[in-house]
Design a protein around this ligand. Structure first.
Ligand SMILES: Nc1ncnc2c1ncn2[C@@H]1O[C@H](COP(=O)(O)OP(=O)(O)OP(=O)(O)O)[C@@H](O)[C@H]1O
Length: 640
C-alpha cells in the first residue's frame, strides 16, 4: 500500500507541484494550529481554575489572543486548502488523462489486437477520468487529518503519554480495514473490466449514429439492449457481493476505532481517578480526545475512497510505466525521404492470438515508381501485407527492407510520413470537408489551395463545393448544420486525403470499391499521372482496375502463388487467369464452366497471346466486348 500511496503522490506531484506544496504547507500550518489550540486551551483552563481559587492568572489574556489567532489560522488554511484542492484535482486529471493518451498513441497496432491491452487501457482510461480528483481530494484530506491527528496526539503526549499511546492504536483498525476494503473493490474492478468493455460497446451501438440504421433494419434493439441488461445485472450481483465484503471491513474498522477511543476515554477516567491528572489536564485531554475521535470518524469515508483509489492508481501507474519502453521501441534512425526499392525477405506474420499465419515467407521487390497490384481472394493476406509495408506491424520473421534498411531499425514515425495509405475501412471524421482532406497531411501547407487541388484530383470538388457551407460543412448531421455524404463520395474524400499526402509510397486498399464505373474509370485513367514518380501499391478485387499495373502479385492463404505482368500471368494460366476468367465471364455472359480455354478470355480482354504489350486499342476492343466495364479505354499505354 505504501508503494501505491507513493505512486499516487508522484502523479499528483508531476501534475501540479506548486499547488501540491501549497496544500501540504497549509495542512502543516493547520496541524500546528490544532496543537497551539489545545495547549492554549489547557493554559486557559489552568488560569480559570486559578482565578476560581482566588489566585492570579497573569497570562490569560495572552492565551486568549493566541487561541483566537490559532483558530483564525485554522479557518484561513482550510479556505486555501479547499480552493487549491479543486485546482490540484483538475491538474491531476488533465495530467493523468494526457499520460494515458500518450501511452495509447505510442502503443503499436498489434497491441490493439490484444484484448488484455484493451482491458488495461480501459481500466487506465476509467481511472484517469474518475479517480484523480477523488484521489487528490481524499489524499489531501487524509494528509490534513493525519497532520491534525499527529498535532492533537503530540498535545496529548505533553498531557499524559499513556493516553497518547492508547489513542495511537486507532491507526491499526483504520489501516487494516481500509486496505482490505480497497483490495476488495480493486478485485471487483479487475474482474469486471472485460464485461464492462462489452457493455460499453453495446451501449455505444445503441446510442450512436453509424450502427443506428442496421440496428433498426434488423430489429436488433431488443436483443442488444437485453444483452446489455444481462451484463449490467451480472455486474450488479458482483458489486453487491463486493460491497457486502467491503461493508464487513468498514464495520470492523469503525468498531475497532470506536473501541480504541472508548478505551482511551476509560484510561483518561482512570488516570483522573488515580490523581495522575489535574482537573485542567483532564479537561484538556477530554477535549483533545473528542477532537481526535471526531477527526477520525470524519475521515472514515475519505479513507475508504483513498484505499479504493490507491490500487487503481497503482494499476494506472503501471500502465503509464509502459511509456518509456514504448518510446525505446520506437527509437530508430530516420530514413531519407524516397527510396529505390522496398524488399520483403521471407516475411511471415501471425496476428496476435491467431492460429494461422496471415503471411507466409513472402519474397517481393517493389521498385520505385512502379504500380504494383495485389490480388487474391478474401482473407488471402493483401491488407496484412500492406500494413507491414506501411510499418504498422513488424514481421514475425524475415524483414521488410527499404533500400537495404530493416524497417524494424527505423523511426516508425518518419517511415509513416513516407507512406500514404487509403484503407478499405477509412475513417469518416465528423469534421469539416476541408479537415477531412487536410487530415492526409496535417503538417503540410496550411493553405486551402492544395486541399482543393486534391479534391479536384479525386473528383470530390464538385459535390463538396455544392454543400451548404462548401468545404466548411461538417460531414456529419450529428453536428450543427452538418451533412452526410454517400459512401462513394466519402471514398473520393478519402482518396483526396491520400492525394494530399505527398508520400513516395501510396497504398490504395480497394480504393474504388464504392465508386461508380465512371469514377473508377477516371481514377485509373489518372492514377499514373497523379502519382507520377511515386510508388503505388494497389489492392483490388476488380481485375479491370489491376491489369495495367507494372507488376501483379497474386496471394493465396498468405503466400505469393504467382507474380508478373497481366499478360505473363494470363499466359501462365494459373490462379490469376482463373479469377480473371470468372470476372470476365460475368461481362461476356459466358458460363464459367464453358470457359475451357483461358486464352479465349485473354483474347476477349484484349491481351494478345504472346505479347507483353498492353495496347490502348486492344483494350478498347475489350470494352466493346464488355470486359472490365470499360477498363482499358483511355489508360496510358504501358510498354514493358
Ligand atoms: N486483426 C486481426 N487479427 C487476427 N486475424 C486477422 C486480423 N486481421 C486479419 N486477420 C486474418 O488474417 C488473414 C488475412 O487477412 P487480410 O485482411 O490481410 O486479407 P485480405 O486479403 O485483405 O482480405 P479481403 O480481400 O477480404 O480484404 C485472414 O485470415 C484474416 O482473418
Amino acid at each position: 500500500m505504501g508503494r501505491l500511496i507513493l505512486a499516487a503522490i508522484r502523479l499528483i506531484w508531476a501534475a501540479g507541484r506548486r499547488d501540491f506544496v501549497i496544500v501540504m504547507v497549509m495542512d502543516l500550518l493547520q496541524g500546528l494550529g490544532f496543537f497551539v489550540l489545545i495547549r492554549q486551551a489547557q493554559q486557559m483552563l489552568s488560569g480559570l481554575i486559578a482565578i476560581n481559587a482566588g489566585q492570579d492568572a497573569p497570562g490569560l489574556a495572552v492565551n486568549i489572543v493566541i487561541f483566537m489567532f490559532a483558530n483564525m489560522i485554522g479557518v484561513l488554511t482550510q479556505a486555501v486548502i479547499a480552493n487549491r484542492k479543486v485546482v490540484l484535482s483538475e491538474l491531476t486529471a488533465i495530467h493523468v488523462c494526457g499520460e494515458v493518451l500518450k501511452v495509447a498513441c505510442l502503443a503499436d497496432l498489434s497491441d490493439f489486437d490484444d484484448s488484455r491491452f484493451h482491458d488495461r487501457l480501459q481500466r487506465a482510461a476509467t481511472s484517469a477520468q474518475t479517480r484523480p480528483s477523488r484521489m487528490v481530494q481524499s489524499l489531501v484530506t487524509i494528509v490534513q487529518t493525519a497532520v491534525a491527528l499527529v498535532s492533537i496526539w503530540i498535545a496529548l503526549l505533553t498531557v499524559q503519554w499513556v493516553l497518547a499511546v492508547c489513542v495511537a492504536l486507532v491507526v491499526v483498525p483504520i489501516w487494516y480495514g481500509g486496505t482490505r476494503g480497497g483490495d476488495q473493490y480493486f478485485g471487483f474492478v479487475r474482474k469486471t473490466t472485460a464485461t464492462d468493455r462489452s457493455r460499453t460497446y453495446l451501449f455505444g451501438l445503441l446510442t450512436t449514429r453509424d450502427p443506428a440504421k442496421e440496428i433498426r433494419a434488423f430489429n436488433l434493439a431488443g436483443y442488444l439492449s437485453g444483452t446489455w441488461h444481462t451484463l449490467m445485472n451480472q455486474r450488479l450481483d458482483l458489486l453487491r457481493a463486493t460491497l457486502r465484503r467491503r461493508f464487513r471491513w468498514s464495520v470492523l474498522s469503525s468498531v475497532g476505532s470506536s473501541v480504541v477511543i472508548a478505551l482511551s476515554a476509560t484510561v483518561l477516567v482512570e488516570l483522573n481517578r488515580r490523581h495522575y491528572l489535574t482537573l485542567a489536564q483532564t479537561a484538556t485531554a477530554a477535549g483533545a480526545l473528542l477532537l481526535f475521535s471526531q477527526k477520525v470518524f470524519d475521515s472514515m469515508t475519505l479513507t475508504t475512497d483513498f484505499f479504493e483509489s490507491a490500487p487503481l492508481m497503482g494499476d494506472l501507474d503501471e500502465f503509464l510505466a509502459l511509456q518509456p519502453t514504448l518510446i525505446r521501441n520506437r527509437a530508430g534512425r530516420a530514413l531519407p525521404r524516397g527510396f529505390e526499392a522496398i524488399e520483403l525477405d521471407d516475411v511471415s506474420f501471425t496476428y496476435h492470438g491467431a492460429q494461422r499465419r496471415a503471411l507466409h515467407e513472402i519474397n517481393l521487390r517493389i521498385q520505385t515508381g512502379q504500380v504494383v497490384a495485389l490480388v487474391g481472394e478474401n482473407g488471402s493476406g493483401k491488407t496484412t501485407l500492406a500494413k507491414l509495408l506501411a510499418g504498422l506491424y513488424a514481421p514475425e520473421s524475415g524483414a521488410v527492407r527499404v533500400d537495404g534498411t530493416d524497417l524494424r531499425t527505423v523511426d516508425q514515425e518518419t517511415w509513416r510520413e513516407s507512406v500514404a495509405v487509403l484503407f478499405q475501412d477509412f475513417i469518416r471524421y465528423a469534421l469539416t470537408a476541408e479537415e477531412n482532406i487536410r487530415i492526409g497531411a496535417v503538417t503540410g501547407d496550411p493553405d486551402f489551395e492544395p486541399v482543393r487541388t486534391a479534391a479536384i484530383a479525386a473528383g470530390a470538388d464538385e459535390f463538396l463545393s455544392r454543400l451548404p457551407e462548401g468545404y466548411r460543412t461538417i460531414l456529419s448531421p450529428q453536428f450543427g448544420a452538418g451533412q452526410d455524404l454517400s459512401l462513394g463520395q466519402w471514398q473520393r474524400v478519402a482518396l483526396a486525403r491520400a492525394f494530399l499526402r505527398d508520400a513516395p509510397l501510396v497504398i490504395l486498399d480497394e480504393p474504388t470499391a464504392s465508386l461508380d464505373v465512371r469514377a473508377e474509370r477516371a481514377l485509373f485513367d489518372s492514377v499514373r499521372e497523379l502519382y507520377h514518380g511515386r510508388t503505388v501499391l494497389l489492392i483490388s478485387h476488380r481485375f479491370a482496375t489491376v491489369w495495367t499495373a507494372d507488376h501483379i502479385v497474386v496471394l493465396r492463404d498468405g503466400e505469393i502463388v504467382e507474380q508478373g505482368t497481366h499478360s505473363s500471368l494470363m499466359a501462365a494460366d494459373g490462379l490469376y487467369a482463373e479469377l480473371f476468367a470468372i470476372q470476365a465471364s460475368v461481362f461476356t455472359e459466358t458460363d464459367i464452366d464453358d470457359v475451357d480455354d483461358i486464352s479465349d478470355i485473354s483474347d476477349t480482354s484484349g491481351t494478345s497471346d504472346t505479347g507483353d504489350t498492353h495496347d490502348t486499342d486492344d483494350y478498347a476492343d475489350a470494352d466493346e466486348s464488355g470486359v472490365g466495364s470499360g477498363a482499358g479505354r483511355g489508360f496510358t499505354p504501358h510498354v514493358e
